[in-house]
Design a protein around this ligand. Sequence first.
Ligand SMILES: [Fe+2]
Ligand SMILES: [Fe+2]
Length: 289
Amino acid sequence: MEELNQKEISPLTSVDEWEDDVLDRYPEPGPAKTKEEFRNYNDPKQVAVREFYRLNHKYQTYNNVLAKKANFLQFDKKEMPWWAAMEYLNTLVDDSDPDTSLDQLQHLLQTAEAIRADGHPDWFILTGFIHDLGKVLCLFGEPQWNVVGDTFPVGCKFSDKIVFPEFFADNPDTYDERYNTKLGVYSQHCGLDKVHMSWGHDEYLYHITKDYLPEPALYMIRYHSFYSQHREKAYDHLLNAHDHDMFKWVDKFNPYDLYSKSPKPPVVSELRPFYEDLIAKYLPATVKL
Ligand SMILES: [Fe+2]
Ligand SMILES: [Fe+2]
C-alpha cells in the first residue's frame, strides 16, 4: 500500500462521525426526514464521511483482512485489566462538537444501561458495555477506515447495497476474478464463520471474547456493523440456517447501539461496581489486546 498521509489515516474528526451517519441512514422509526435533511453534501461532516468511505472501500481488500488478522490476532500489543482497557479506549479523543458528543465510555454505558432497563440477561448487558472496545485499534495507529465503518464480506463481489458502492471501483478486488463473483472464494450458504469480513473493531473484539461469552453475544459483537446484511439482507447467499437464527440477536442489539444516545451522561463511578461484577463473572482478569 502506498504511504498514507494524516488525512488518509483520519478522514473523520472523530470515529463517532461514522455512527452519526449510520443514524442518519437508519433513523429511529418516526416522522420521515426530507431528502435534503438526510444528505447535505456541502456539510463538512458529510464530506468527511464520504472521504472516509472512499478510503474504506478502496483499501478493504481480501489481502488487507488477512494481513490485519495475522498482526492483531496475536494479541501482543497490550495486556491490562478489563476496566483499565475500557478507560484506555476512552483516551480516544473526540474533536467533534463537545455539546452533542459522548465519549466512548459514555456510549458503552448508555447502550448497556438501556439493555439492562429492558430486563435482558446479564451477558447481554455486558455485551452492550464492551461492544466497541475493539476501537482501541485506533490507538495502535490503525487508520479509521480499518477500525470503524459498515463491515462487509471480502473475497466475493461487493454488494451494491453497501453504502457508497461506487467507491468499490477503486478496490483492486473488484477486478480480481478470484474475488469478484457472487460467491468468490466461498460456497452457497457456507456460513458466516467461513467468511472473512472487512477488518474493524467488530471482528477484532469477537476474537478477543470468543472463548468467554455465549454465542448470541458473539454474533452481536462480530456483526453489529454489518448493515448491508442486517438492514438490507444483501448476503443471504452466504448465511446458513444457524446464522439466520443468530441474527435475531444482532437485530435485537442494534437499536440499543444506535438509539440509546441521550445527552445525559451516565455517572461512571456509580455504575462501575455493577460492571466490574459482570466482567468478573464472564471474562478473565486481564484482556490481551
Ligand atoms: Fe461499534
Ligand atoms: Fe457502538
